[in-house]
Design a protein around this ligand. Structure first.
Ligand SMILES: Nc1ncnc2c1ncn2[C@@H]1O[C@H](COP(=O)(O)OP(=O)(O)OP(=O)(O)O)[C@@H](O)[C@H]1O
Ligand SMILES: [Mg+2]
Length: 594
């Protein structure tokens, strides 16, 4: 009788496992580099030929292995990570299979050379999973794994490999991700004799990002950080104005391990809402730490995906971190050619960084009237402008009534402000747009805003689509200050209107709003709900126009109100409201320091 059940020989079992672990040259590189990092390497060198299909060599200066361990390492399930049941529970957090080396060895010609700190080196050669011999060799402490002719014995798999260029790129991506998670290790990638990556030990993520992608990219990154419900998040995200150009780079890490998660990318993008144009794709480097036991990294064979037990809390932390970063001066667009590299630090405004006392009350003299510009919450301020505050409290009190920072309007369109570290250029229309948008959203929460009854009601004749917009949004319009009565026959009578500034043209504003709401636009599609849609459209149409001359008082009101908003540096279209130019940059351009 034929035997139906046989025990699989080890080599075959390893080849089957290899199907999961070893998909392509990049997965070999990933496993070997991870092993080097596990061995506490401070330097990892990777050389490949022909996209890794012909040859992959990974060398490290880690703690190496003695002969017995080297042989065990090539034996399936002989892993040093597991000694007892307790150990097993501990390593579950970091991922464990212990089958990488035997799997790789089963589908290639592999040579392992390794030496411990004070020991003789060992060389083991394996072909298609069969150990061909072990011998002494001379080498520095550390390990080198050479993998040649990947899949030579499984032609069906070899056939599916992509071009050398594509496989090379996948390998570079793997090293990029691992290098971002291991800053104190240096990495090198060489392909067919050419150096593709040269990454020295980095002091921080920005430093590694600069080595990977250049100073300009690293300089456009903003630090983010947030801690809530045991979720700790830190990292760097791209400045909104930089997010519209260049390739996107997204890297997520949990407990130092790279993983993928589209919903976290979406959460970050929600944090950017109204600071970047719809469809802009910001780069993200996010590092998460969650309490042990709250993340399962073994849900994916290549550990590329993880499962959080409270995904919503993680998403919330990511969104909040990005949102907080958007409120900082660093998120403003810049004219600096080489912005100073960001450092990861805890968020929170410097309490000393407030505008001078009295700076936020410019509208107080108009009590009883509508302020020109919607008054700001007084306790928020531009960090930089506040640095002008005199050190002496008596002096501060003495000049509190006066403006102590200088503003200039240029071309009736921009406002220049001197700050301690340089200067700010403010687009008066964009800035007012942000102010009006946030003010109306607050008013919606509070149930509406005051309006002024018009002495002479305005009569608007509208298209059928526009007419139905007025009918449908009547109560929202009313909360925004427009009392618009559909009169039939496509005619609307406006009895009251808001008064956001002295140059406001209520009829034109309402016409333009209704027309945009009827037709739809990038802006109306970017809105999350009907409130945002109306507030964005109102802000955009009602804001003070470019070309409008402003009085000194008006400039200051606008300026102060801007710092009372949540996201002062961004209008609602995803354009900057403020562009900053640092003293450093000015000095550099004028050759004042070298
Ligand atoms: N570069 C290296 N330096 C020192 N020891 C190594 C190195 N590579 C592998 N080893 C040893 O060989 C063992 C087997 O490695 P292998 O990658 O197969 O499994 P693992 O790393 O334990 O688990 P995983 O499946 O998570 O990779 C390791 O546990 C380690 O003891
Ligand atoms: Mg391993």
């Amino acid at each position: 009788m034929r035997r139906r059940i046989r025990i699989l020989p080890d080599t075959l079992a390893n080849q089957i496992a290899a199907g999961e672990v070893v998909e392509r040259p990049a997965s070999v590189v990933k496993e070997l580099v991870e092993n080097a990092l596990d061995a506490a390497a401070t330097r990892v060198d990777v050389t490949i030929r022909n996209g890794g299909k012909t040859e992959i060599r990974v060398s490290d200066d880690g703690h190496g292995m003695g002969r017995e361990d080297a042989l065990l390492a090539l034996d399936r399930h002989a892993t040093s990570k597991i000694a007892t049941e307790d150990d097993l529970r501990a390593v579950r957090t970091f991922g464990f299979r212990g089958e990488a080396l035997p799997s790789i060895a089963s589908v290639s010609r592999l040579t392992l050379e390794t030496a411990e700190a004070r020991g003789v080196g060992t060389r083991v050669r394996v072909s298609a999973g069969r150990i061909m011999g072990a011998e002494d060799c001379a080498r520095q402490p550390g390990t080198t794994v050479l993998v040649r002719n990947l899949f030579f014995n499984v032609p069906a798999r070899a056939k599916f490999l992509k071009s050398a260029a594509v496989e090379t790129r996948a390998i570079a991506d793997v090293i990029t991700a691992l290098s971002l998670a291991n800053l104190s290790t240096s990495f090198r990638l060489e392909s067919n004799g050419r150096t593709l990556l040269e990454l020295p030990v980095a002091a921080d993520v920005a430093g590694r990002a600069a080595a990977l992608w250049g100073d300009a990219f690293a300089g456009a990154l903003l630090p983010v950080s947030h801690t809530a419900e045991g979720v700790e998040l830190a990292g760097l995200v791209e400045r909104p104005d930089a997010s519209v150009t260049g390739p996107r780079r997204v890297h997520l890490f949990v407990s130092g391990r790279p993983f993928r998660d589209r919903s976290l990318v979406h959460a970050a993008e929600r944090g950017y809402r109204t600071t970047i144009p719809r469809g802009a794709r910001p780069s993200l480097l996010l590092y998460l730490d969650v309490p042990e036991g709250r993340v399962d990294v073994n849900v994916h064979p290549a550990k590329a995906e993880v499962r959080f037990d409270r995904h919503a809390a993680v998403e919330a932390a990511v969104e909040a971190a990005v949102r907080e970063a958007m409120a900082t001066v660093a998120s403003a667009a810049t004219l600096d050619a080489r912005p100073s590299p960001p450092q990861i630090r805890r968020p929170g405004r410097d309490p000393a960084a407030r505008p001078p006392a009295g700076a936020g009350d410019g509208g107080a003299g108009n009590a009883g009237q509508l302020a020109f510009f919607v008054a700001a919450a007084p306790d928020r301020g531009t960090p930089e402008v506040g640095d002008h505050r005199p050190a002496d409290p008596a002096e501060a009190a003495g000049v509190a009534a006066e403006r102590r920072y200088a503003l200039w309007q240029v071309h009736d369109t921009y406002i220049l402000a001197e700050t301690r570290s340089g200067l700010l250029i403010i687009d008066q229309h964009s800035a007012h747009e942000r102010i009006l948008f946030e003010a109306l959203m607050r008013d919606f929460d509070a149930g509406g805003r005051p309006s002024q009854r018009l002495l002479f009601p305005i009569t608007l004749r509208l298209s059928p689509a526009e007419y139905s917009v007025v009918e449908d949004t009547r109560s929202l319009l009313e909360q925004a200050g427009f009392e618009a009565e559909p009169f039939g026959g496509r005619t609307v009578i406006v009895h009251a209107a808001p008064n956001p500034h002295p140059y406001f043209d209520a009829e034109r504003c309402l016409r333009e709003m209704v027309s945009e709401l009827a037709e739809g636009s990038e802006l109306t599609r970017a809105a999350r709900n009907q409130y945002e849609r109306l507030a964005m459209t109102f802000a955009c149409k009602a804001a003070i126009k470019a070309g409008q001359k402003l009085s000194r008082e008006e400039m200051h009101e606008l300026f102060d109100a801007l710092w009372g908003t949540e996201l002062p540096y961004h209008d609602v279209h995803g354009r900057p409201t403020v562009i900053r130019l640092s003293l450093d940059e000015l000095e550099r351009r004028f050759g004042r320091h070298g």
